[in-house]
Design a protein around this ligand. Structure first.
Ligand code: FAD
Length: 506
């Protein structure tokens, strides 16, 4: 797609005041949409372009690549007034000083996988894309990684050392977003969530100050960054723990519709598994339904540390008659290499809720979802998936015993996070799909509440934009997060100017 630009932003940017005055209210049309250029954006884009080379404007050749192609969800494609790709923490710091002094609205993008508009992109504001932060330093027991990396990069760098980190399960999920919101990996049951494995953050605060945060230095912020998302600053380096896991045992299994109730029973059993000396093991467990052919299938991607073959922790799945079962012993890098999540495939709506592992209730949810999908079978490009994630007691126990904790405050109990991930093709169906997905999730959750098996916990990585994850954290944790925010972001840069994503309310 070629940009059609009604107005060239930088042609007139001879001086900051002039830019602000001349461009206020100017309508800019990009390949993606139109926006009115605000005084703040004109000021910030003008100052950035006078300070740094390579600021991308709506008429730059690579504008669409940055404003659209870098996003997973087509709905996240927006029209920033300009795009800055910093390559050092000093440049991020300078940018934040500029945003603050210009009162400019901005968005931050890591791997671009958060799936809703505004969480990582912005219409008419400044987009800060972190893709140049690609440094990786493997150390003894840890690895330092930049926020421009995806998880495959980390697994690849660690492979020669026989080490593994706790990150994303698929290849191209971004390191920063996942680490800041929690992080479901295969090995949570033994090592905790990705956030529990971050031992240090280099972060730039809203006023441009750069600090290093760890258990000893700024321990309050260290805790708040474990699940606190994009509420505190921009992380320019994560230091992650690594583990001695040279090989993994994997299984890919596909089941036809008659096996789905047993498949969901195996998911419940996997959630409840809580051994004294656990073997690290976990999965991606999904049900796909084709509303045209009326055929449902379930699939399991299971990974376990070590070389036990077939992987012992998936015996409950392996006992179900399957269409496909492929077991293998490989490395984390090799496994992740084939699990790409291509960007720009569709528009996507997530809705998710949490429950105790209850087989009958989970099967009822699956059946209700399938019936509900039939009601929207006419939607163009419909791609409905029912996803389950398990939050085991062992995973919560890591934060309960490591002397740090995290903002989730989950007790050592098993839970199942159930999610509708719905893809479709046309913008005209956006509101319909949101209403459908939201109403269905809320109705089924209400039944679980009535049965006493619902949890208020909401994971940001599985949630729709209509959901409030903070409402599911313990109230005292949210109060503490607010106190910490008021001391590290007193001017509210990460709520007032960077307002997209899951934000602690003011
Ligand atoms: C196909 C797919 C598969 C997924 N698989 C998993 C999985 O296996 N496990 C799991 O836990 N989750 C998973 N998720 C959810 C995923 O973790 C979140 O979407 C996460 O936010 C992605 O991180 P990102 O860097 O790619 O996202 P981005 O969209 O770039 O960022 C997410 C949020 O973090 C902010 N942010 C980004 N970088 C920084 C930074 N350096 N400092 C401060 N804020 C920043 C952004 O502004 C945005 O609000 C998956 C999502 C998708 C779409």
């Amino acid at each position: 797609m070629k940009c059609s630009v009604a107005f060239s932003l930088f042609a007139l940017a001879s001086a900051e005041i002039a830019v602000a005055t001349i461009l206020t209210g100017t309508s800019v049309t990009t390949s993606l949409s139109s926006f009115n250029l605000t005084k703040g954006a004109a000021c910030a884009c003008g100052r950035l372009s006078r300070t740094y080379d390579g600021i991308i404007s709506p008429n730059s050749a690579n504008y669409t690549v940055q404003a659209a192609d870098a996003y997973w969800d087509v709905r996240a494609d927006l029209s920033p007034a300009c795009i800055f790709l910093p390559s050092t923490a000093d440049e991020v710091s300078k940018a934040l000083e500029i945003f603050q002094s210009c009162d400019a609205h901005f968005a931050v993008r890591g791997g671009g996988h958060m799936n809703y508009p505004g969480s990582n992109n912005i219409d008419g504001g400044v987009l800060l894309a972190l893709e140049k932060f690609k440094d990786i330093k493997v150390k003894k027991g840890s690895v330092e990684v930049g926020p421009g990396l995806v998880w495959y990069d980390i697994y690849k760098a660690l492979e020669p050392y026989g080490r593994a980190a706790i990150g994303g399960r698929l290849k191209t999920i971004g390191v920063p977003g996942l680490s800041l919101i929690g992080g479901f990996h295969y090995f949570n049951n033994k090592y905790g969530y990705a956030m529990d494995n971050v031992v240090g953050y280099d972060i730039v605060l809203g006023n441009g100050t750069q600090i290093t945060v760890n258990k000893k230095s700024h321990p309050d912020l260290f805790w708040a960054l474990k699940g606190g998302a994009n509420n505190y600053g921009i992380v320019t380096k994560f230091t992650l723990k690594t583990y001695d896991i040279p090989k993994v045992s994997t299984t890919i299994q596909v089941f036809n519709e008659s096996g789905i109730p047993d498949f969901l029973a195996a998911v419940c059993n996997a959630a409840k598994l809580d051994e004294k000396d656990p073997i690290a093991a976990g999965m991606v467990a999904t049900v796909q339904y084709n509303a045209t052919t009326k055929v449902a299938t379930a699939s399991l991607l299971g990974v376990q540390e070590g070389i036990s073959q077939p992987p012992s922790q998936f015996a409950n799945f392996s006992a179900i008659p399957s269409i496909t079962q492929i077991n293998n012993v490989t490395t984390m890098r090799q496994w992740a290499s084939s699990l790409d999540t291509p960007k720009q495939m569709f528009r996507v709506m997530f809705s998710h809720k949490t429950m105790k592992p209850d087989h009958d209730a989970l099967v009822s949810i699956y059946k209700a979802w399938k019936e509900a999908v039939d009601q929207i079978a006419d939607v163009e490009g419909l791609y409905p998936t029912f996803v389950t994630n398990v939050a085991s007691a062992g995973a919560a126990r890591v934060a309960l015993t490591n002397g740090v904790g995290n903002v989730w405050g989950l007790e050592a109990e098993p839970y199942i996070l159930w999610q509708f991930s719905t893809g479709w093709a046309l913008a005209q169906d956006d509101l319909r799909i949101e209403a459908w997905s939201r109403q269905l999730a809320e109705r089924l959750h209400a039944i679980n509440v009535e049965k006493g098996i619902a949890s208020p916990f909401i994971y940001m990585g599985d949630a729709g934009e209509w959901q409030d994850p903070f409402a599911g954290f313990p109230a005292e944790n949210v109060a503490r997060m607010r106190t910490i925010k008021s001391s590290y972001d007193p001017l509210g840069v990460f709520s007032r100017l960077n307002w997209g994503g899951f934000k602690l309310s003011l």
